[in-house]
Design a protein around this ligand. Structure first.
Ligand code: ATP
Ligand code: HSE
Length: 320
């Protein structure tokens, strides 16, 4: 569950005096999510989400995420809009944590993913990328390739060393082949965590928007697509669902066709996306204390994805 920090109704009522969104009616902790403490906040004028940011995100980083969300909404993207207080500021402090109120997004995670969901998702990711073009502020990817070796090293010497030894040479190869600036891949604002629980649908094929922008950063646009492909188009035992892959790519390219360079590097971006989530999951699997409030996610599904990409990568290299 993800309510690490409790906040009282009195504290929230007092805080709301500084906003123009009515008075508190109800406040309820939200169980989903693992990073922050989230509350459903109902006021006399509507529904909102109150987030208290926990330790992963530094307070000084928050304006970037909140400004990005505000910008995307202005550009017509459906995502939570940070609510500004009477002084025009989105960020506040509650229970000694940085906090923000954002608008409530209707919809739910797709209950059963189909090719059609993936097609709609592809289009929506490309729209998101276009909308980010006019947001000029740069933000480094904190879990980009330059962090991967350190994550693996920190996971070494525990009970997962067999996995560590399998990953090490593959990681080396990915880092060697990772695109650089001179490869000219389009760069822009990416969500970087496009998992099914961060994309909402309504009735049943209307994509109602994206949530959880707290891994967003400035990086290769095609890497975002690779993250989504990994998260949406595999079974947990590592089978690639090609119908979903084709639909996702078709949806994306209907809005923003990939450049030749993006196509060339896409296999390595896919491997990178798999290894990024494998490494963060492996790290959390090893280092999350047994009495923590959250259950760490199993790294295995991402090891299987990595194996799949590796095999298809080797096969396609053999064809050349
Ligand atoms: N703007 C929103 N509108 C509607 N529901 C929301 C909104 N933001 C968050 N939620 C709800 O809160 C839950 C947790 O949110 P979120 O995914 O942002 O949390 P998190 O702690 O950052 O977790 P994680 O990074 O693990 O996904 C979501 O699954 C969703 O049910
Ligand atoms: N989506 C990530 C968790 C961080 O939001 C994962 O499934 O590993």
């Amino acid at each position: 569950m993800a309510v690490y920090t409790q906040v009282t109704e009195l504290e929230v009522s007092n805080c709301l005096k500084n906003y123009e969104i009515g008075e508190l009616v109800t406040l309820k902790g939200i169980a989903q999510g693992v990073e922050n403490s989230n509350f459903l906040l109902v006021t006399t004028i509507g529904k909102y989400i109150l987030t208290l940011y926990e330790k992963r995100i530094k307070a000084e980083e928050l304006p970037w995420y909140l400004d990005l969300m505000g910008h995307l909404v202005q550009q017509g993207i459906s995502c939570p809009l940070p609510v500004l207080d009477k002084q025009g500021v989105a960020l506040t402090v509650l229970a000694e944590r940085p906090a923000a109120i954002v608008t409530f997004l209707d919809g739910k995670e797709a209950p059963e993913i189909t090719d059609n969901h993936c097609f709609l998702l592809g289009k929506a990711i490309a729209d998101l990328h276009h909308a980010g073009e006019s947001f000029a502020q740069y933000r480094k990817n904190n879990v980009g390739p330059d962090s991967w070796q350190e994550l693996l090293t920190k996971s070494t010497g525990y009970d997962q060393d067999e996995m560590v030894h399998e990953i090490q040479p593959v990681l080396q190869e990915i880092l060697k082949q990772w695109p650089t600036e001179k490869d000219n891949l389009p760069v822009g604002q990416i969500h970087a965590d496009i998992f099914p629980d961060n994309v909402f649908f309504k009735a049943p094929y209307h994509l109602s928007g994206f949530i959880d922008f707290y891994f967003a950063c400035t990086d290769f646009l095609a890497y975002d697509l690779a993250i989504a492909l990994n998260a949406w188009c595999f079974t947990d035992d590592g089978q690639c669902l090609t119908g979903r892959v084709n639909a996702l790519m078709k949806g994306y390219e209907a809005v923003r066709p990939l450049t030749d360079q993006e196509k060339r590097f896409f296999p390595i971006l896919n491997m990178g996306a798999a290894v990024r989530f494998l490494l963060t999951r492996l790290h959390d699997w090893i280092h999350t204390p047994a009495d923590a409030l959250v259950t760490p996610k199993n790294p295995n599904p991402y090891l299987y994805r990595l194996r799949y990409h590796q095999q298809t990568f080797v096969a396609s290299s053999d064809d050349r």
